[in-house]
Unconditional design. Structure first.
Length: 545
């Protein structure tokens, strides 16, 4: 083994044990992938065959200066940079020396990378805590890595830079990698937008809900179910109520909070009601509704008022990092997939969790039918009736609500209106339904058609809340001390990289609040941003304590 390869693998062993193990078990280090020449400035430059002719991956004059010029074109405020192709590592080094807080390289062909490792010293790059390298990753692995590592509030922008001569040798795999990255960026951007609007409210609601969560010990349901009905609040529900009424005695009814008053008005009592909205307005869904003997399943981020409305409220973890932290360190909250962004998706997740073998969807329009947003009897009608004035009549408020978001172009013979958000919700529900093992039936309505194409395996689990030796107050006192003990950021470098394991877990719970503060104060430096968020979270805990 060459001394250069040995040094690279030793550095990799310390920073990336999994990749090191792949190299260690990969005994054959091939040759012929690359040839190596020395540039005029003295650096080793790898060349790769392109159409039979060796093509250098970098400048043969001065590859370092070339890399510096490339990195100088990265827009200001871009802290997360992804390079497609490793080459001699000049561009990643330049980015780390410039303003990038995190740099990732994606490349393919372990045999070829081993050949590079045998000839070029990458130890300074590998040992840098802000550097990551993915070799032969699957598309899902790339997407999940970006979603996990890229934090817009801390990193700012993200930039993808291909090493052209390298990527042209394997266009197919690099094109797929780029597509996975851009898909992750879109999802991360959408998630950041939501965090920016609700991050502070989520944190406040979770802290205030913990007192009730301390004594709650219910599971979602006491017995497994086989046949479930999910009730959304689309306009088509008006005409589907008779069909639901016929099957209500043999079906486990999972109702969205918006649809609850519609069912009760039609003398149909749901078996469980699901609510995921953190906004105070969500309590309007329950005005005048008798929730006795109806379990209310709430995201722990829900407004604290909602839990007081139902004698049997069950909190679940919908993915907020503080909820996950609570589940690991205090009290295990049942997990529920809310990544679809709407309550109907959460209801479907609940049916999956409870092991339903057949699921029927009612009122799932994901569109506006006949210029109507919801079924009759939902909160919006009495809410607007109460607020109307002579200058703002009922019709004007309904119209303003309907047109609050632009509509997508209509297809021929389409009799409904659709927005980008509603289409996103529908597509996410279709993806989840297609992945479930349950039989999914969609009661035909007048809204957008739901297409369920194929089915794969389904995870079945029934989880309740675990027990904890700590009281709610004791847990929050420790959590408060952990937040206060987080170190100050040293500058514009990677803050997460400066934290130890425990500190990183604690700081992750603050990330949605970080996004909210960054959105409101975009010029706030990382050091000041983190201190502002710490103070806010400590104040919220102190109010409760």
């Amino acid at each position: 083994m060459s001394s250069v390869l040995e040094a690279n693998l030793l550095a990799l062993h310390r920073t990336n044990p999994q990749l090191y193990s792949r190299f260690a078990s990969h005994r054959h280090i091939g040759a012929g992938h690359y040839t190596f020449v020395e540039s005029r400035s003295g650096e080793i430059v790898p060349s790769q065959s392109l159409s039979g002719n060796p093509q250098p991956l970098h400048s043969l004059i001065d590859p370092k200066r070339e890399a510096e010029r490339l990195v100088s074109t990265i827009p200001g405020g871009t802290g997360f940079v992804v390079f497609l192709g490793l080459g001699g590592g000049f561009a990643p080094r330049a980015a780390l020396a410039n303003t990038a807080t995190q740099v990732t390289v994606i490349d393919f062909d372990l045999d070829g990378i081993a050949e590079l490792f045998r000839s070029i010293d990458y130890t300074a790059l590998i040992k840098n805590e802000r550097f990551n390298i993915l070799i032969d990753p699957a598309c899902d692995e790339i997407k999940n890595f970006i979603l996990e590592q890229y934090k817009p509030a801390l990193h700012g922008g993200i930039k993808v830079i291909p090493l052209r001569t390298r990527t042209e040798q394997a266009l197919s795999v690099f094109d797929k990698a780029a597509a996975s990255i851009h898909q992750a960026i879109e999802e991360s951007g959408a998630d950041y937008s939501v965090q920016a609007h609700f991050g502070q409210r989520w944190f406040s609601n979770i802290i205030r809900n913990m007192k009730i969560a301390e004594t709650a010990n219910q599971t979602f349901t006491k017995a497994p179910i086989r046949e479930a009905a999910i009730i959304a609040a689309g306009p088509s529900l008006d005409t589907q109520i008779p069909v639901l009424a016929e099957s209500k005695h043999r079906t486990f009814i999972i109702c969205s909070d918006t649809a609850l008053p519609v069912l009760l008005h039609n003398h149909i009592k749901p078996d469980v009601v699901v609510s995921i909205d953190c906004q105070h307005i969500s309590h309007y869904h329950f005005f005048g509704c008798d929730l006795r003997n109806i379990p209310l399943v709430l995201d722990i981020t829900s407004p604290p008022l909602l839990a007081s409305l139902a004698p049997s409220a069950v909190f679940f973890s919908g993915g907020h990092p503080l909820a996950s932290y609570i589940s690991r360190h205090w009290r295990s909250l049942p997990p529920l997939d809310t990544s679809g962004g709407n309550v109907t998706y959460a209801c479907l997740s609940l049916a999956e969790t409870l092991g339903a073998r057949s699921v029927t969807l009612f009122g799932a329009d994901f569109s506006y039918v006949g210029s109507r947003t919801y079924a009759r009897g939902t909160y919006i009608y009495p809410f607007f009736e109460k607020k109307q004035t002579r200058l703002s009549p009922l019709e004007a408020m309904h119209s303003a609500f309907l047109f609050r978001s632009p509509f997508l172009p209509k297809e021929p013979r389409q009799n409904y209106l659709e927005t980008a958000s509603l289409r996103f919700y529908r597509k996410k529900l279709e993806e989840k339904a297609s992945a479930m093992n349950a039989r999914i039936i969609v009661v035909k309505g007048d809204g957008a058609e739901i297409n369920i194409e194929k089915k794969r395996g389904m995870r079945i689990r029934e989880q309740g809340m675990g027990e904890s030796s700590l009281s709610c107050v004791e847990f929050l006192e420790r959590y408060r001390a952990d937040i206060a003990g987080l170190p100050a950021a040293s500058g514009e470098r990677s803050y997460l990289g400066e934290l130890n394991g425990k500190e990183k877990q604690v700081f992750t719970t603050l990330l949605p609040s970080v996004a909210a503060f960054k959105y409101r104060n975009p010029l706030l430096k990382t050091k000041d941003l983190i201190e502002e968020v710490k103070l806010f979270c400590i104040r919220e805990i102190d109010k409760f304590l």
